[in-house]
Design a protein around this ligand. Sequence first.
Ligand code: LLP
Length: 427
Amino acid sequence: SRTVQRDADGVVTVGGLDVAALAAEFGTPAYFLDEDDFRARCRAWKDAFGPGADVFYAGKAFLSRAIVRWLHEEGLNLDVCSGGELATALAAGMPPEQIALHGNNKSTEEITRAVEVGVGRIVLDSFQEMVRVAHVAERLGKRQRVQIRVTVGVEAHTHEFIATAHEDQKFGIALAGGQAAEAVRRALKLDGLELIGIHSHIGSQIFDMAGFEVSARRVVQLLTEVRDEHGIELPEIDLGGGLGIAYTSDDDPREPHEIATALGEIVRRECESAGLRMPRLSVEPGRAIVGPTAFTLYEVGTVKELEGLRTYVSVDGGMSDNIRTALYDAEYSVALVSRTSDAEPMLSRVVGKHCESGDIVVRDAFLPADVAPGDLLAVPATGAYCRSMASNYNHSLRPPVVAVKDGAARVIVRRETEEDLLRLDVG
Ligand code: LLP
């Protein structure tokens, strides 16, 4: 990984800092995030798409005030999907017009706040919500810029995309059966709305460009239909997030410029042949920006060798700081980082400290046979959907996020305390 380095003497560093020293200073478990890597990835996305497009970072992957500031400094926009994410974005000074609000069941409070502050776009997910947003905007004497989220009939998962069963999920309005065209018809009639474009998000952790390409084609097709029926050319297309990252050495992710080139070419070609003006493109990468930039550092507490099976290595965190293995059967790698070892590799399972057997961090890993209590283990690529999906299960205290840059480390989200836990308990 770009973030974690091991030098010739076996010393492991992140952003120039020794991980053992970091563990001593910040404790474990903790997430360490490489700020330069984060910023470099932001710039790679910006550069790949160029000035004619917008990159909205998907805050659900991981959001904090520092992250919002970095995004703003690097010229990215922000996709939020809840009142909490919106509040964080605003608290850190993201200009409202650079914020997009998502969600399949936004509350009236969330919609009202978003319209009041003037978010750049609300992505409409249903007919009912369309009316709700229009009413809020009219009541506030505003016209809210909106996109309609459509489901294009492509469902993309990890390595493949499947063109079946796609409509059977809760997000968006189906292109099939003329639903999306009907949504456009209705949106154009509502005074409180300014329909600026169409949105499509097909899934997450995707490696295959084919799903994105089908999605782009079908969205342009809808733009063409809208032009033919209403005589207007919607000026924007958002093709969502979803680009996959490498969790293990088996994964071979696409780079931002590859997706930018593929999407740009398809949209341009389809628009040309339909006689449409090229719309402004936007995308919403979350995982691909923040995922690779952080790792989780754990300390080993106990080691249990199950004869003929494997060795269970228990660490001081688990499903409360990384639910993805338990929830999606996600694969991670792990490395002993506090020392070198010449011991034989042994088949290990890295597990947490929670009270259930599904509490697995890394299902299958080869760790040196002499791994022992007190050793530090690093699990890379935990920047996305780990801290943001962390829980207080078993009343665990959620770990801090420590940003590392230029040989200095600083906490950007502090470790929870027992006081934090008890603050909510008012019984
Ligand atoms: N835009 C929309 C509308 C989305 O729903 C999502 C993710 C994104 C953008 C960002 O997708 P990304 O580039 O991060 O793949 N918890 C799951 C992932 C859920 C993704 C939900 N939507 C996981 O840990 O794999």
